[in-house]
Design a protein around this ligand. Structure first.
Ligand SMILES: NC(=O)c1ccc[n+]([C@@H]2O[C@H](COP(=O)([O-])OP(=O)(O)OC[C@H]3O[C@@H](n4cnc5c(N)ncnc54)[C@H](OP(=O)(O)O)[C@@H]3O)[C@@H](O)[C@H]2O)c1
Length: 132
């Protein structure tokens, strides 16, 4: 039993945990990072099942590659990364909608990565993320 289950929640609550699109396609750089995000994704799925009889819904915010300084200061201006303002604006739009699918907050740009396996595209995505 989790600590969450021991508490009685009177109010609806929706804690948001920051995951990543990365667990769906690991890469040679940041192998521990990707593994930790894969762990988090799995753990959150189990936690949701444990909490399904409560008023708590745990949401996973899984960003694509976004212009922040997470990896390096140059990431903040990398044209390959999604502009931060665009990302936050799209996230706020999604949060307005109740019950996001799979309890995940996914902007359009991360969906090809998130659903690569389901779309039969995993091998190609994996290879393109691990090019020399
Ligand atoms: N940006 C992306 O491309 C991307 C993609 C997928 C997932 N994510 C996820 O999004 C989350 C936030 O990343 P971000 O892009 O917003 O990066 P960010 O702008 O670099 O922010 C990282 C934040 O984490 C804090 N932090 C770092 N190490 C910490 C520590 N040991 N203890 C406590 N706080 C610590 C930093 O605090 P200080 O400012 O005080 O150092 C900063 O506020 C991360 O979980 C990341 O994995 C980001």
């Amino acid at each position: 039993m989790t600590e969450f289950q021991h508490r009685s929640y009177r109010l609806q609550s929706h804690p948001i945990v920051r995951g990543s699109g990365s667990p769906q396609s690991t890469r040679k750089q940041g192998i521990l990072y990707c593994a930790s995000k894969a762990f988090l994704h799995s753990w959150l799925q189990s936690l949701r099942v444990q909490l399904q009889e409560t008023s708590v819904e745990v949401l996973e915010l899984a960003p694509p590659y976004v212009q922040t300084e997470l990896g390096h200061s140059s990431q903040a201006t990398d044209p390959a990364a999604m502009p931060l303002a665009d990302y936050t604006a799209e996230v706020m739009q999604i949060l307005i909608t109740p019950n996001p699918p799979y309890s995940e907050i996914l902007v359009d740009r991360v969906k090809a990565l998130r659903f690569a396996e389901r779309n039969g595209d995993y091998e190609r995505v994996f290879a393109s993320r691990n090019k020399q």
